[in-house]
Ligand binder design. Structure first.
Ligand SMILES: Cc1cc2nc3c(=O)[nH]c(=O)nc-3n(C[C@H](O)[C@H](O)[C@H](O)COP(=O)(O)O)c2cc1C
Length: 209
């Protein structure tokens, strides 16, 4: 039996932001899945996003060895695509401008703080500015929030983002696909994100009724 490689999406550029909400594994699996499909990623990681990578995945997932971590964890296919990491302080980075050709953005995971900043158009840092650009340009913005329980302001901020055109895709893996491992749960979330970005995938079995 031959296993065909994931489809090639090499002409596609996405912004991917990692902020300080629990679920670093979702960010890593999403990055790997997009890179396997030869996408180009423009990555920005908040300070608490960096802390989260360390706290949840350990030293091996530090920002200066992300490529190595992705290949060690998900295999050589994770080096098929390219990515660039921008400082969250760099409001002059490509993704801070609507004239830059970046088709969509995902914030995974998205903290309640960043959610609030996006909901209110604050643009205090590159994550918030790039998200604001997606909204003003009417491009796809996928927000993967995580908190439990949620306050009324947090719920209202999700509504504000949804009203502005963002897709709210909660970090809420399902169990109908009978996951056996944490990787199965991460595959599910990454698959949902890829689908939201318009990329077909087989990261989890489709429901057949
Ligand atoms: C290990 C860890 C886990 C956290 N988990 C969450 C979370 O699930 N959701 C959330 O909204 N904030 C969480 N926080 C708090 C945020 O990181 C904090 O509010 C931070 O200021 C967010 O900043 P950022 O959006 O710029 O990353 C967590 C913090 C740490 C250190």
């Amino acid at each position: 039996m031959s296993i065909s490689p994931p489809p090639d999406h090499s002409n596609r550029t996405f912004a991917l932001a990692i902020t300080g909400a629990s679920g670093a594994i979702y960010a890593m699996r999403t990055m790997a899945a997009l890179l396997e499909r030869k996408c180009h990623l423009e990555v920005v990681i908040s300070d608490y996003g960096k802390r989260l990578l360390h706290d949840e995945l350990g030293d091996k997932a530090s920002v200066n060895r992300l490529r190595e971590y992705l290949v060690e964890t998900y295999g050589d296919a994770a080096s098929r695509g390219t990515f660039e990491v921008f400082s969250n302080k760099d409001l002059g980075a490509t993704i801070a401008s609507g004239s830059h050709d970046c088709e969509a953005m995902v914030i995974v995971p998205c903290s309640m703080k960043t959610l609030a900043g996006v909901a209110h158009g604050l643009s205090r840092n590159l994550v918030e500015r790039a998200a604001d650009v997606m909204l003003k340009e009417k491009r796809r913005l996928v927000i993967v929030p995580r908190e439990a329980p949620m306050s009324l302001p947090q719920l209202k901020n999700m509504v504000l983002c949804a009203e502005a055109g963002a897709m709210i895709l909660p970090a809420m893996p399902a169990f109908y696909q009978q996951p056996k491992t944490l990787d199965d749960l991460a595959d599910f979330m990454a698959g949902k994100i890829l689908a939201a970005l318009g990329i077909s995938h087989d990261l989890y079995p489709k429901w057949n009724g």
